[in-house]
Write a protein that binds this ligand. Structure first.
Ligand SMILES: C[S@@+](CC[C@H](N)C(=O)[O-])C[C@H]1O[C@@H](n2cnc3c(N)ncnc32)[C@H](O)[C@@H]1O
Length: 236
């Protein structure tokens, strides 16, 4: 892509206002678990005391690349899931911010394979340096597993027929490698239409949640936050 993919931070002021201690302690420490393109991190840094700390996390190597441009000594970033935030020292953090989901640079880049709106490789990993892509997982997942993922994470009524169609495609045409192949196949298996919604919406959402272990990440981050937050610390 030649154009930089832009990200507009959602609830920028609201989230940072809620996170930061209004008494602005000089040495407060905050965690931004979802750096993205650093909208929240930038505002936190602009309001942080001289001895404050901001520790950020992101799974996405492109987010890490963007963060490398920040030269502020109070800032550091870890290329790992926010499930690791519990590894920070106990009762050391004043606030944790998680801005969940995918960023626009991820969803709008066909090469990342998150969207049925563009044709691209069927990947959907937030961290492209490790783990299986959706295409790799679908190569040999059993119909039962596929059904469960699409039903449980996408609340898709047609999870069974979609899983059957995936397996039938695999057996006759080989691996499903692109977003448009999956979107077309799902459209053929979903027998009703929700107004204004692509029939592949629920399936794509389910596979993204599954392949990135989003619920497990969140569960661990919640437990970790309880350990690292100071008494009266903020979770947003
Ligand atoms: C909605 S965007 C965050 C945008 C950010 N607040 C900003 O202002 O630019 C979500 C980001 O969180 C990252 N992410 C999602 N789940 C994650 C996880 N479990 N661990 C670390 N990063 C994660 C994604 O890679 C993406 O960059």
């Amino acid at each position: 892509m030649n154009q930089p993919l832009l990200h507009t931070t959602v609830l920028l002021n609201e989230a940072v206002d809620a996170l930061l201690d209004p008494s602005h302690p000089d040495a407060a420490t905050y965690v931004d678990g979802t750096f993205g393109r650093g909208g929240h991190s930038g505002l936190i840094l602009s309001r942080l005391g001289p001895n404050g700390r901001l520790v950020a996390f992101d799974k996405d190597p492109q987010a890490i690349e963007a963060a490398a441009r920040i030269t502020d000594a109070r800032f550091s970033i870890r290329h790992e899931g926010f499930s690791h935030l519990g590894e920070l020292p106990e009762s050391s953090v004043d606030g944790v911010l998680l801005d969940l989901g995918v960023s626009s640079p991820q969803i709008d880049d066909p090469e990342r394979g998150f969207s049925f709106r563009f044709d691209g490789p069927l990947d959907m990993r937030m961290d492209t340096t490790r783990g299986e892509s959706v295409a790799q997982w679908l190569e040999d997942a059993e119909a039962k597993q596929i059904t469960e993922v699409i039903r449980d994470y996408g609340e898709e009524r047609f999870a069974g027929p979609i899983a059957k169609a995936i397996v039938a495609w695999r057996e006759t045409r080989g691996p499903i490698t692109s977003t448009s192949e999956l979107a077309d196949l799902v459209a053929g298996a979903v027998k009703t239409r929700e107004q204004g919604q692509n029939p592949a919406t629920r399936t794509f959402q389910a596979l993204r949640i599954f392949i990135n272990a989003e619920l497990e990440e969140l569960q661990q981050a919640l437990a970790g936050s309880l350990r690292i937050l100071k008494p009266a610390g903020v979770w947003w």
